[in-house]
Design a protein around this ligand. Structure first.
Ligand code: AMP
Length: 114
C-alpha cells in the first residue's frame, strides 16, 4: 500500500490550496487555516522532514525558514513582537509531521503557553 502524501507536501505540490504569503527556493509560507492570532503564518521547508530538529541536519534550509519568518514579521509590521513556535511531538500538540514554524503576532501572547 502506498502511504498518503503528507498534508504540507500536498500544499507544496499544488495539490491542495493554501493562502500563500511568500516563498523561496527552499521554503513556503502560508496562512494557518485555523488562526490563533491576527497574524498566524506557517513557514515550512520544501524538504519533507518530520520536525524542526530533523531540519537542523540541513543548516541552510533551517536558516531559510527562520529568515523567511523574520522577514514576513517585518512585512506584517509585527514591530511590537511576535512568537515563532515549533510544536514537536504529540505532547506538544504537533499535528502535522512536516517541519514548520508558526509565526504568531498581532496581539499580546501569554506566557507560559498553554
Ligand atoms: P501543529 O499542530 O504544530 O503540527 O501545526 C499544524 C498547523 O497546520 C495547525 O495550526 C493547523 O491549523 C494547520 N493546518 C492544517 N491544515 C492546514 C491547511 N490545509 N492549510 C493551512 N493550515 C493548515
Amino acid at each position: 500500500m502506498i502511504a498518503p502524501m503528507c498534508l504540507f507536501c500536498r500544499i507544496l505540490e499544488g495539490e491542495m490550496a493554501a493562502d500563500v504569503v511568500r516563498e523561496t527556493g527552499l521554503s513556503l509560507a502560508f496562512r494557518d487555516i485555523n488562526p490563533q492570532a491576527p497574524t498566524h503564518i506557517l513557514v515550512i521547508p520544501r524538504r519533507h522532514v518530520a520536525n524542526l530538529f530533523e531540519l537542523a541536519e540541513y543548516a541552510g534550509e533551517l536558516a531559510d525558514v527562520v529568515a523567511l519568518a523574520g522577514s514576513i514579521a517585518e512585512e506584517e509590521e509585527l514591530d511590537k513582537g511576535y512568537r515563532l513556535v515549533a510544536n514537536t511531538g504529540s505532547q506538544a500538540g504537533q499535528s502535522v509531521y512536516h517541519a514548520h514554524l508558526h509565526l504568531l503576532g498581532g496581539r499580546d501572547l501569554g506566557w507560559p503557553p498553554g
